[in-house]
Structure formats: structure tokens, C-alpha cells
Design a protein around this ligand. Structure first.
Ligand code: EPU
Length: 337
């Protein structure tokens, strides 16, 4: 286990914010994690936080506590049948390398989630999703350690209380369990999911369905076209969640804006935050070194040396404008620290 003091976080947040933390602990297995948890429990007054790839964080100041990061790697087929297999993956495995590895072996289901930044552990906490697939549909079990006792506990899918970009690990059990491994049920036959608007052209006007590699490549192409490359421009992907509004509010909005994109959702109608932000004129605009991506208004970017506070200010201005114009409150998907 490595313990660092006064540690720079630049390489641990995709926004590229130059913050530091008081302590940074990287562990490589469950026993080391138990040791790290003992240290955390001993020092009750110091805050702590567990991070994955740092693709969903905004450091608005130096973090005064301890940051934990998993180094647990490994991919292991646990069971295999004629149709499917159960793949156990260490929390620190890089997400897109995992997707690529699965596609190359004919383990199917993750293709639409190609190129999402981050690590496998966070996929199970955040319920990552893109192009019509949410990862929860592939998760069978989540292996964790209990923060208070260090005891292992395996959550079955139905215990994880998955919702849009959320799970029990972000809600009732926030800070109570740390994900060590995720078990995905993957399929040996490929069933393309191409109903999402941007992927429809993959299945239309062709005699045979697309292959897994074709779907992965198309998802990568679309993401590269719309979203900034985290290696070049700092961002955290979508900054806000897409809001769900009531049918009545939606009908009113649609009467004023007949072209408003919309999707049915639990509890109402989901409208894209990117569209609302664009309507408010923010697309491509900047405030100091913080900007709104010119090709996807839902993505806030670090144009150079933005501070977290600058990005926070921009996000608040956007929230104010969307609330005034549409009477809709946007909620960040990103965690402010
Ligand atoms: N739109 C605009 N202007 C914009 C951006 C979008 O009008 O600036 C419109 C688009 O024309 C389209 C609709 O909004 O009609 C939806 O846009 P898009 O397909 O780009 O998806 P999104 O709803 O903005 C969500 C996820 C993304 C995911 C895509 C594709 C959230 C918060 N975001 O974005 O996830 O890649 O769908 O499935 O749900 C992420 O979470 O970091 C992320 C990138």
C-alpha cells in the first residue's frame, strides 16, 4: 500500500484541476484496503473519499482529507455456459480497455458503453449509461468491503437499487461500502442495441445486422465527434443529469418549442439538458477559463488553467438561466468537492 502526503490530483481528475489532497492512499488488494480502512476509522475527524478514474469530480479547493484509490486489477471468467458467462473484474480496471477486451473475445453487452472514461468499480456505483444501454442491465453482483468492519459483502443486482446514474452506493449506503470487484453477465451471441437515435443508421438499409466491432467503432466515432477528448481538453463528460419533468410541464414546453427532444422516463418526460443549455445561448461560450463545449452543451470544459471554482461559477450561471427560462432545475452529475 502506498501512502502519499500533500499529493497532487492533476492526474486523478479528468477536468485537469490542479488541486491537492492531504493524503492519498492506493491499495492493491482487499487486505491492503482493510488496513487503509483501519487508518480512516482511527482518524474520525479527517474526511475521506474514494475515487475511481476521477471522471466525475470537480475539486473546487484542495481536499483536506484522505483520498483512497483502488489498484485492484484482474479479469476472470467465473462461470461459462453455452450462451453466457460471468466475468469478475477488479474495480481499478480501465473501463474502455475492458470493453475492448470483451469485444475482442466475443463477450457481448458492453459495446454501447465504449470510450466512457473511468474504471470498472465506478461503473457499478454510478450506473454508467450511453446510447440506450445502462451498465446495470449487465451487472449480476457487486463485491464490496464494509467500511466500518472491513467485512466482505456481495450485493446481488436487485439489492443495488439502480436508477438513472445512481445506486444504493450513492444513496443509502454512500460512504458505507467500497466496491472491490464487479461481476458482469455477458452474452456469447451479439444482440445489437441500435434503437438510440444516433445509432439507428447502423441497422437501417442493410441486409445483415452490425457486428459488435462495428457498433463499438460507431459509438467511438460519435463520442469523438461530440465530446472532448479528456487527454486534450479537461472535462467530466456530461456535467448535469438530464431532468425529468411532468407531462403537463412538458406539454406546455412543447407548445412553445415543437422541436424539443424528449424521451419517456420513470415519473415523467426526460428532456436533454444539453438542448436546454443551448437554447439559453451558452453553447461554445466561456467565463474565464471555464467553457461550454461547442459541440455538446451538456459538457463543461477546462480551457486551460481553470480553477474548480471557476467551473462551479459557470455551472451556477447556466442553472440560473435554465431555471429562469424553462422553470427547470438542472442537477449536476458531477460531484463537487
Ligand atoms: N442536444 C442539443 N444541444 C446540445 C446537446 C444535445 O440540442 O448541445 C440535443 C441533441 O440534439 C439530442 C439530445 O439533445 O437530440 C440528446 O443529446 P445526446 O445524444 O448527445 O445525449 P445527452 O442526453 O446529451 C446522454 C448522456 C451521455 C451519453 C449520451 C448518449 C446524461 C447526463 N448524459 O447525453 O453520457 O453519452 O446520452 O447516450 O445522461 C456522461 O454521462 O458523461 C455522458 C457523456
Amino acid at each position: 500500500m502506498q501512502i502519499h502526503t500533500d499529493y497532487p490530483l492533476l492526474q486523478h481528475n479528468t477536468f485537469g484541476i490542479e488541486a491537492k489532497c492531504a493524503h492519498f492512499v492506493e491499495y492493491n488488494n482487499e487486505d491492503e484496503l482493510r488496513e487503509a480502512l483501519k487508518l480512516i476509522r482511527k482518524d474520525k475527524d479527517t474526511p475521506w473519499l474514494h475515487i475511481g478514474g476521477g471522471s466525475n469530480l470537480l475539486f473546487t479547493r484542495d481536499y483536506p482529507g484522505t483520498i483512497l484509490h483502488s489498484g485492484i486489477l484482474g479479469k476472470e471468467v467465473m462461470e461459462e455456459s453455452k450462451d453466457s458467462l460471468l466475468l469478475r473484474v477488479g474495480a481499478a480496471e480501465d473501463w474502455d480497455s475492458l470493453v475492448e477486451w470483451c469485444v475482442s473475445r466475443g463477450y457481448h453487452g458492453l459495446e454501447n458503453l465504449s470510450l466512457i472514461p473511468g474504471e470498472a468499480g465506478a461503473s457499478a456505483v454510478q450506473n454508467i449509461g450511453a446510447y440506450g444501454v445502462e451498465v446495470e442491465s449487465l451487472i449480476e453482483k457487486v463485491e464490496t468491503l464494509h467500511v466500518e468492519t472491513g467485512a466482505a459483502r456481495i450485493f446481488q443486482h436487485d439489492e443495488c437499487e439502480y436508477g438513472y446514474r445512481t445506486s444504493i452506493f450513492k444513496q443509502a449506503y454512500k460512504g458505507k461500502f467500497i466496491v472491490t470487484h464487479v461481476q458482469y453477465r455477458l452474452s456469447k451471441a451479439f444482440h445489437p442495441q441500435t434503437s438510440y437515435g444516433a445509432l439507428k443508421n447502423l441497422s437501417e438499409n442493410r441486409p445483415t445486422p452490425p457486428t459488435a466491432t462495428e457498433v463499438r467503432n460507431e459509438v467511438i466515432r460519435i463520442r469523438r465527434e461530440k465530446l472532448p477528448d479528456p487527454a486534450e481538453i479537461g472535462s467530466a463528460g456530461s456535467f448535469f443529469m438530464n431532468p425529468v419533468i411532468s407531462e403537463a410541464q412538458f406539454r406546455l414546453l412543447q407548445s412553445q418549442h415543437p422541436d424539443i427532444p424528449n424521451y419517456p422516463a420513470k415519473g415523467g418526460i426526460k428532456v436533454p439538458a444539453g438542448w436546454l443549455i443551448e437554447q439559453c445561448g451558452w453553447k461554445g461560450k466561456q467565463l474565464g477559463q471555464a467553457g461550454v463545449h461547442p459541440r455538446q452543451a451538456l459538457v463543461l470544459v477546462n480551457l486551460g488553467h481553470a480553477t474548480g471554482a471557476e467551473i462551479q461559477l459557470l455551472s451556477q450561471e447556466i442553472q440560473k438561466d435554465v431555471a429562469t427560462r424553462f422553470n427547470i432545475n438542472l442537477h449536476p452529475e458531477v460531484l463537487f468537492l
